[in-house]
Design a binder for this molecule. Structure first.
Ligand code: NDP
Ligand code: OXD
Length: 310
């Protein structure tokens, strides 16, 4: 069994190689080298690999993505049709996503920003009690991560709805299916959480036309990909008073360029694509087990449907 590992930096790559070699002692593990020879790998483990990988390594049967989103991998021009693409499923990311959303919603709905300001002013002043009916949360994408967020927020008694292609059902969550139901889903939502994969169908889906259908004083939490959001549309919706604020983890250009208006907008909070970090131990455990199952000819989960784009 030969595995080639390609990641975004030499040090990242060498950590993944060491961990994969320790988890799969029967495998030969090779780091990607820009000017190296082909190593005849049948398996690739990758995060944003160079396009040349799939030109040089002609024996590949399967590529395991070191993340949940496969948008950049599927865009590689020379990705062979017969290489199976497998994405990461949860591996510790679902709990992180739930924490991220809970942090934002609880902070906003329980007035924690105002209490911070009151403390600075030396004032003891209880604010209005929470009315959870005023905080309907809508989650776009009810997959592995969206489901975790939906269950966590429903567990905190917020009204939760989820929107997906198939309209998959989830106990305690109102579900909506497909484009025709998007207006109804948006019209009942005050906190919109995006956990869609980036595909030709979802690019630019967070724009003036959709965001202006949200309830007044709405909030956006974008955790999917930067290209889901038409970035120019957001500040105007907030400054105009229709939206109350946003928390963004992903951007069209990452790192977010210096001088970008999001850096300084008073009602936009940003984090540097860390909403759910790939956890090394859980990831190697998952990919290691799937590699063994794949090589035994077993069916594995997380195989990407190329025609759907996720
Ligand atoms: P899944 O594949 O498990 O779930 C995707 C969900 O999106 C499914 O419910 C699917 O519907 C729905 N969906 C896809 N296309 C459409 C569409 N056109 N219309 C409506 N619904 C659609 O993915 P994950 O939950 O594992 O991950 C989601 C995304 O989160 C990743 O693709 C990645 O971009 C992002 N991510 C971001 C991270 C960060 O740190 N910011 C970390 C990890 C992931 P259906 O159920 O019907 O198939
Ligand atoms: C992912 C990511 O897709 O880190 O896993 O964004």
């Amino acid at each position: 069994m030969k595995i080639i590992c390609a990641s975004t930096s030499a040090s990242e790559q060498s950590t993944w190689c060491d961990m994969l070699a320790a988890a799969l002692p029967q495998a030969q593990v090779f780091p990607w080298l820009d000017d190296g020879p082909a190593c005849g790998a049948d398996i690739a483990v990758v995060w944003h690999p160079p396009a040349a990988l799939f030109e040089r390594e002609r024996d590949l049967r399967v590529a395991f993505n070191l993340g949940a989103g496969v948008d950049s991998l599927l865009k590689l021009p020379n990705l062979p049709d017969d290489v199976v693409i497998v994405r990461l499923e949860d591996a510790g990311m679902a709990a992180q996503m739930a924490e991220y959303v809970a942090h934002y919603v609880v902070r906003a709905s329980r007035h924690f920003d105002e209490y911070e300001a009151l403390q600075k002013a030396g004032r003891w002043q209880p604010l209005a009690e929470i009315d959870r009916r005023q905080w309907p949360i809508g989650i776009m994408g009810l997959g592995v991560l969206g489901t975790s967020v939906a269950q966590a927020m429903a567990g905190l008694s917020y009204p939760v709805a989820g929107w997906s292609r198939s309209g998959r059902r989830l106990e305690g969550v109102q579900t909506f299916a497909g484009l025709e139901s998007l207006p109804d889903f948006l019209a009942r939502t005050r906190v919109l959480v995006n956990l869609l994969p980036l595909t030709p169908d979802t690019e630019g889906i967070l724009c003036r036309a959709t965001l202006s259908q949200l309830l007044p004083e709405s909030h956006l939490i974008n955790l999917g990909r930067g290209a889901h959001l038409v970035e120019e549309d957001l500040p105007g919706l907030i400054d105009g008073g229709h939206m109350a604020g946003a928390m963004l983890d992903v951007f069209r250009v990452e790192p977010l360029p210096a001088g970008h208006p999001f850096w300084t907008h008073p009602r936009i909070k940003i984090t540097p694509h860390v909403a759910a970090i790939t956890l090394r131990r859980e990831t190697v455990e998952q990919i290691g087990a799937k590699i063994l199952a794949f090589m035994r000819g077993e069916t594995i989960s997380g195989v990407v449907a190329r025609e759907r784009g996720y």
